[in-house]
Design a protein around this ligand. Structure first.
Ligand SMILES: *[C@@H]1O[C@H](CO)[C@@H](O)[C@H](O)[C@H]1NC(C)=O
Ligand SMILES: *[C@@H]1O[C@H](CO)[C@@H](O)[C@H](O)[C@H]1NC(C)=O
Length: 373
């Protein structure tokens, strides 16, 4: 059963101080030229997997049902995903998937999305999806992209575009859901106790972040994993009572603080604020425990799916589909709805340091604008 599931993901569910976005809006236009690069898994993939022979894809209805064209694009959402809302805040058009043939000429200046549903920090995560773009390969593509950009605008300008860009990386949830906990007695769970596995993931993640830095990234937003045990898929498979599955919750609560610690360590080693940690563990609790406060009717039942909590199998035209997507935290068994994604990004933009540290995205954009003019 588990093997038939599509991508999983660190569901970055948030709690969201929905502050006014006044500051974000005012930085929007001046930052229009800032490029945006995206790395990670299905939470942020916007169509790369459409070009691959893999089962981890979202290119058929009802995915995309709430977009203007009502067409599925490869985003694991009924509408916009997290990168789309960040592009809005930057005043840019959405970035294209790196594998899209449309990504050429001036489109390269907008940035690129290298994410691929199903991947994790580790190469052996998501092996059941066969052909997906693992992290080391996403980073190779980033280097390749920079060569293409340099052909267009010259080396110096290409380097400036990359160092002035914003980068988002969302990865890690699949290393639990589609690896350690994929099957009972998985290879990784026989190799490592959970605390040792978490330490191993963090040390591998650190290498990936350093590689991004070496490739020229200077502003990198890093999201932690959300409430892995609370997503409808896990409720359906592990927790008929509807309580969040304890082993996955424990994994997330070990992983997230160590991620923040690792990021702080990297920043102080480099001597600059390169990495910004989005503390999704903190965000999670309010959102899941009090969906009504954010205008949702449920955080347990997926809008699109089947079985208990609509949490089993794939979201397809044959699934149950809720009439009003805006009332659901989860669009499918693993991924937030468009509206939930928007609230997550509001928190990234305007949240306090409990949610995003050392500063929120609005503050960061305003700061960079000052130093660049
Ligand atoms: C993943 O595979 C690539 C290519 O084989 C390799 O360079 C990299 O070190 C591997 N990463 C891990 C964490 O094993
Ligand atoms: C976050 O952003 C808002 C504006 O969007 C700002 O007013 C606030 O001071 C910021 N919070 C912190 C803790 O940086």
């Amino acid at each position: 059963m588990l093997l038939l599931l599509p991508m999983a993901s660190s569901v970055v569910v948030a709690s969201w101080i929905v502050l006014g976005l006044v500051m974000a809006t005012s930085t929007t236009k001046v930052e229009a030229a800032r490029a945006f690069f995206v790395f990670g898994d299905s939470l942020v993939d916007n169509g790369n997997n459409n070009y691959l022979a893999t089962t981890a894809r979202a290119d058929s209805p009802p995915y995309g049902i709430d977009t203007p064209s009502r067409r599925a694009t490869g985003r694991f959402s009924n509408g916009k995903n997290i990168p789309d809302f960040i592009s809005d805040a930057l005043g840019s058009e959405p970035v294209l998937p790196y594998l899209s043939p449309e990504l050429r000429g001036n489109k390269l200046l907008v940035g690129a999305n290298f994410a691929s549903a199903g991947i994790g920090i580790l190469n052996d995560t998501g092996i059941q999806f066969i052909n997906i773009i693992r992290m080391f390969r996403q980073l190779q593509y980033f280097a390749e992209y920079q060569g293409r950009l340099a052909d267009l605008v010259g080396n110096d300008e290409a380097q400036r575009i990359v160092s002035d860009s914003l980068v988002l990386i969302t990865v890690g949830g699949n290393d639990f859901v589609n690896n350690y906990y994929l099957v009972p007695f998985s290879a990784r769970s026989r190799q490592f106790s959970l605390p040792d596995y978490v330490r191993y993931l963090i040390s591998e993640y650190r290498k990936l972040l350093m590689k991004l830095y070496d490739l020229g990234a200077r502003r990198v937003l890093v999201t932690g994993t959300g409430p892995l045990g609370c997503v409808p898929a896990e409720l359906a498979m592990r927790s008929p009572s509807g309580q969040c599955a304890p082993d996955l919750q424990r994994a997330a609560s070990l992983y997230n603080p160590q991620l923040v610690q690792m990021i702080n360590g990297l920043n102080s080693e480099i001597g600059a604020t390169i990495f910004i940690a989005s503390n999704t563990q903190q965000q999670t609790n309010d959102f899941i425990s009090n969906p009504g406060a954010y205008g949702f009717i449920t955080s347990k039942i997926a809008c699109c799916g089947q079985g208990p909590f609509n949490g089993l199998g794939l979201c397809t035209v044959l699934s149950n589909l809720c009439p009003n997507r805006a009332q659901y935290v989860f669009w499918d068994p693993f991924h937030p709805s468009e509206r939930a994604n928007g609230i997550i990004v509001d928190t990234i933009l305007s949240g306090s340091t409990d949610y995003i540290s050392p500063m929120n995205l609005s503050t960061l954009l305003a700061l960079d604008y000052q130093t660049r003019t």
